[in-house]
Write a protein that binds this ligand. Structure first.
Ligand code: ADP
Length: 693
C-alpha cells in the first residue's frame, strides 16, 4: 500500500487510529489528532510518537506489546495506558493493537479509544433512555418533541428538530449549540432540499456524521475552513410514525461515535412509538367526543319529538319548542313567529312567550329565514341608541315541515357570539320536529272545529225538525183545544149570568175560569214558540218599547209587581234598534215577567241599553237585571230549553221564545251574572242611522 492509500484507509475509520512501523507513524487520522489535541500535520511529523504521547511509566509496556503483536506473538490485543495530550493532559486510554502487514513487515494498526469518552457514551446512552421514558409520559405531540429536545440539550447535545416533507425538510426547532443552523435558515427560510444536505431520512438507524464542518461546507458550496466553528460531529435519526419517517432529529457535539449514534437511532424509534400512541389516543378522543355529541343530540331530538308529539295545543307546543331551542343554544330569549293568516307573507304574530315583542330589525331577520328557508344569523346588529339591552346575536331558524315553512323561531342573546354550523344544524332539526308537531296540531284543531261545526249543525237540524213537528202538533192541539175552550168560557159566562152563584159555587166557577185561562195561555205560548218567526224589521226606539213591555208584564203579574222599583236607562247612541216591534215586545215581556215572578214581594228591576261593537258592527247591548234569587249554576244549560220550568203554573216556553226571537233578529242572548239576582244580556243590531248619530 502506498502512503496515500494508508492515509485514506485510516481517514475512513470512525475512530482514532494510527498505522505504525518501527516506532514511526505511517498514517493517522483526524480522530486521533482530536483525541491528542494536536494538529494532524504535527502528529504525522512526530519523530517518536510513543515517547511524546505515552506517559513515561507506560512506554515500555506499550512498546513491548506493539513489538509482540507485530511479531504475531500470542499476547492480548488490548492494553490500557495513560496518554499525554498536546497540552500535557493525561488521557486514560485503551489501545487495540493488530498486525498490519499491508503496511510492511512488523507494521501495526493501533485503534485508540479515550476511556473517559467510553464513560461519556455510557452516560449518553443512559440519558437517551431517560429522554425516551420522559417522552412516553407526555400526552401531546408538541409535549413529546419538547421533552425530547430539552432532554438532549441537558445531555450537552445541541438538538435540532426537523419536519420531513417530500424531498425536503425544514427546521421546526433549532438546537442552541450550532451557530450554523441560523445560517441554514437564512439561506433556506422554509423548506430545505434534501440535495443540499443529504438526510438519511429512510434509515431507521442513527447515522453518525463524523465531520460536520465538511457536510456544512458541501451544503453551502464553500471551503470546510469556513465551518470550523461548528461542532466537530453530529448524528441524525428519523422519527417514524406508523412506519413513515415524519420528523428528523439531529444532535451535534464532540466525542460522538457510532455506538452513541446507534443508541440515538433507538431513541428516534421510541419517540416515534410515543407519537403514534398520542395520535391514536387523540383520534380515539375525537371519535369519542363526536359520538358523545351525536348521542346527546339524539337524546335531545328524541326528547323533543316525544314531548311535542303528545301536544295538540299550539300554544304549549310553541312554548315547549321555543324553550328547547333556547336551552339547546344556551341563549337568553326566544320568540316564535307565525305568519298572519290574513296577510300571509308579510306580517308575523309574535306568539310566545307571553308578552314577547319584536325589536328593531328582528322581524326582517325572521323574514329572511322564512323566505330563504335557511338559518339566518346576525351578529351585533346596529343598536338603537335608546335600547342598550337590545340582543347582540340573533338566530332565526325556520320551522319547516313537509316542505312548508310554518314560521320562524328567533333565538336572541345579549352577548355577541357566533353559533357553529353544528349548532345551527341541530337547531334546524329541533325546529323541524316542532314544525311537524305544529302541523299535526293545526290538523287537530281544524278537525276539532269541523266536528264542533258538525255537531252544531246537527243540533240545529234536530231543533228545527223538532220545532216543525211541534208546530204541526200545536196547530192541531190549538184547533182541538181552542174550540172546547171557547165553549167553556161561554158556558162559564152564561152560568154566572143565569145562576148568579155565591159561596162555593162562585169559587168553583172561578177555578174553572182560571184553569181554562191557563190552558188558553199555554196553547198561545205553544203557538208562539212553534210558529215560524219572520221579523218585519224597521227602526224601533227602545225606551218606549221597554216601558210598554214593563207595563204589560206588571199587569200580568198583579199586586206583587207594585213593590218592585224599576229603572230604565238607554244610551243616546243605542236608542234605536232594527227590529220587529211586536216580536221584540213579546220577548221583553217574557223577560220582565220572569223578573217580576222572581221578586214576588219586593225588589229592583234594572233595564239598560248601551252601544257596543263586534267585528266593527254596531250593536245595542241590552241588560235586564233583577234582585231576585238568581239562577242556580246547574240550571244555566237548561233555562233556554223549551218546557223547562221550575214554576207550578209555568209552561217553560218563555225563555225559549225569547231566544228564538232574538236570534231571528241576528242577535244573541246569554246569561250575565247568575247571582245575586239574574242578569240577561241581549245584543241586537242597531239601526244604521241611529247608530251614526
Ligand atoms: P217559565 O217562566 O214558564 O218557567 P221560562 O222559560 O220563562 O219558563 O223560564 C224557565 C225557568 O228559568 C223558570 O222556571 C225559572 O226557573 C228560570 N228563570 C227565568 N228567569 C228567571 C229570573 N229572572 N230569576 C230566576 N229564575 C229565572
Amino acid at each position: 500500500m502506498t502512503a496515500a492509500e494508508l492515509q485514506a484507509f485510516v481517514d475512513a475509520l470512525p475512530v482514532a487510529a494510527v498505522i505504525m512501523h518501527d516506532r514511526r507513524i505511517l498514517a493517522c487520522n483526524r480522530h486521533l489528532a482530536d483525541l491528542a489535541a494536536v494538529p494532524l500535520d504535527e502528529l504525522l511529523a512526530t519523530e517518536d510518537p510513543i515517547e511524546r504521547f505515552v506517559a513515561p511509566e507506560d512506554q515500555p509496556v506499550v512498546l513491548g506489546r506493539i513489538a509482540a503483536r507485530a511479531r504475531g506473538d500470542q499476547v492480548p490485543a488490548e492494553l490500557d495506558y495513560v496518554g499525554i495530550g498536546g497540552n500535557g493532559e493525561r488521557i486514560p486510554s485503551r489501545a487495540h493493537v493488530a498486525p498490519f502487514p499491508s503496511a510492511g513487515e512488523h507494521a501495526v494498526l493501533v485503534v485508540i479509544t479515550h476511556e473517559g469518552l467510553r464513560a461519556r457514551s455510557a452516560s449518553l446512552i443512559r440519558g437517551f433512555i431517560d429522554v425516551a421514558v420522559a417522552a412516553q409520559r407526555e400526552s401531546t405531540q408538541a409535549g413529546i418533541l419538547r421533552v425530547a429536545r430539552e432532554g438532549l440539550e441537558r445531555l450537552g447535545l445541541s438538538a435540532t428538530l426537523c419536519e420531513l416533507g417530500p424531498g425536503c425538510f425544514r427546521v421546526v426547532e433549532a438546537g442552541s449549540g450550532n451557530p450554523f443552523i441560523a445560517q441554514i435558515q437564512q439561506r433556506w427560510p422554509d423548506w430545505i432540499p434534501d440535495s443540499a444536505f443529504p438526510m438519511p431520512r429512510s434509515s431507521t438507524e442513527g447515522t453518525l456524521i463524523p465531520d460536520l464542518p465538511a457536510v456544512l461546507a458541501a451544503g453551502f458550496g464553500r471551503a470546510r475552513d469556513a465551518f470550523l466553528g461548528a461542532p466537530p460531529a453530529a448524528m441524525v435519526t428519523s422519527i417514524p410514525i406508523d412506519g413513515v419517517p415524519t420528523f428528523l432529529i439531529s444532535c451535534s457535539g464532540s466525542d460522538l461515535d457510532v455506538t452513541i449514534a446507534n443508541a440515538f437511532g433507538l431513541l428516534g424509534k421510541q419517540l416515534g412509538a410515543a407519537l403514534e400512541t398520542v395520535r391514536r389516543l387523540e383520534e380515539l378522543d375525537r371519535r369519542n367526543s363526536e359520538l358523545r355529541a351525536q348521542a346527546e343530540e339524539m337524546t335531545l331530538l328524541n326528547d323533543v319529538a316525544r314531548r311535542v308529539a303528545g301536544s295538540f295545543e299550539v300554544g304549549p307546543l310553541l312554548e315547549l319548542g321555543g324553550e328547547t331551542l333556547r336551552r339547546l343554544l344556551d341563549a337568553d330569549r326566544w320568540v316564535v313567529l307565525l305568519p298572519d293568516p290574513r296577510e300571509p307573507a308579510l306580517r308575523f304574530h309574535a306568539r310566545a312567550p307571553e308578552g314577547a315583542s319584536l325589536g328593531l330589525g328582528e322581524e326582517s331577520v325572521a323574514m329572511a329565514a322564512f323566505r330563504e328557508r335557511r338559518v339566518v344569523q346576525v351578529l351585533d346588529p346596529p343598536t338603537p341608541a335608546r335600547s342598550a339591552a337590545a340582543p347582540r346575536t340573533r338566530l332565526a331558524v325556520p320551522l319547516i315541515a313537509r316542505d312548508e315553512v310554518l314560521g320562524v323561531a328567533l333565538i336572541l342573546d345579549e352577548h355577541a357570539r357566533s353559533f357553529t354550523r353544528a349548532e345551527m344544524d341541530r337547531a334546524l332539526s329541533v325546529a323541524g320536529q316542532l314544525a311537524l308537531a305544529l302541523l299535526s296540531a293545526r290538523l287537530y284543531e281544524a278537525l276539532r272545529s269541523s266536528y264542533a261545526e258538525l255537531a252544531r249543525a246537527q243540533n240545529e237540524l234536530i231543533d228545527r225538525e223538532r220545532l216543525a213537528a211541534l208546530g204541526e202538533l200545536s196547530a192541531s192541539i190549538a184547533h182541538e183545544v181552542r174550540n172546547p175552550l171557547g165553549v167553556i168560557f161561554n158556558s162559564v159566562g152564561s152560568l154566572r149570568r143565569i145562576v148568579k152563584p155565591q159561596g162555593d159555587a162562585a169559587l168553583l166557577l172561578d177555578i174553572i175560569g182560571e184553569e181554562a185561562d191557563r190552558l188558553n195561555r199555554m196553547v198561545g205560548d205553544l203557538l208562539d214558540y212553534s210558529r215560524p218567526v219572520q221579523p218585519a224589521l224597521q227602526p224601533v226606539p227602545l225606551r218606549p218599547l221597554f216601558e210598554e213591555a214593563i207595563e204589560s208584564a206588571r199587569q200580568q203579574t198583579g199586586d206583587g209587581a207594585k213593590r218592585v222599583a224599576v229603572t230604565v236607562r238607554v244610551a243616546e247612541d243605542a236608542a234605536t234598534v232594527r227590529a220587529d216591534a211586536r216580536l221584540l215586545r213579546q220577548a221583553l215581556v217574557n223577560l220582565f215577567l220572569n223578573a217580576y215572578q222572581a221578586m214576588p214581594r219586593t225588589g229592583r228591576l234594572e233595564v239598560r241599553a248601551s252601544r257596543s261593537t263586534i267585528d266593527s258592527r254596531p250593536f245595542a247591548e241590552i241588560v235586564v237585571q233583577d234582585s231576585g234569587p238568581g239562577i242556580p249554576p246547574d240550571m244555566v244549560d237548561k233555562i233556554f230549553k223549551p218546557f223547562f220550568t221550575t214554576k207550578a203554573t209555568g209552561t217553560g216556553l218563555g225563555l225559549a221564545v225569547v231566544r228564538r226571537i232574538v236570534e231571528n233578529h241576528g242577535g244573541t242572548i246569554e246569561l250575565g251574572r247568575l247571582r245575586p239576582g239574574a242578569e240577561f244580556r241581549l245584543r241586537l243590531p242597531l239601526e244604521a242611522q241611529a247608530s251614526s248619530s
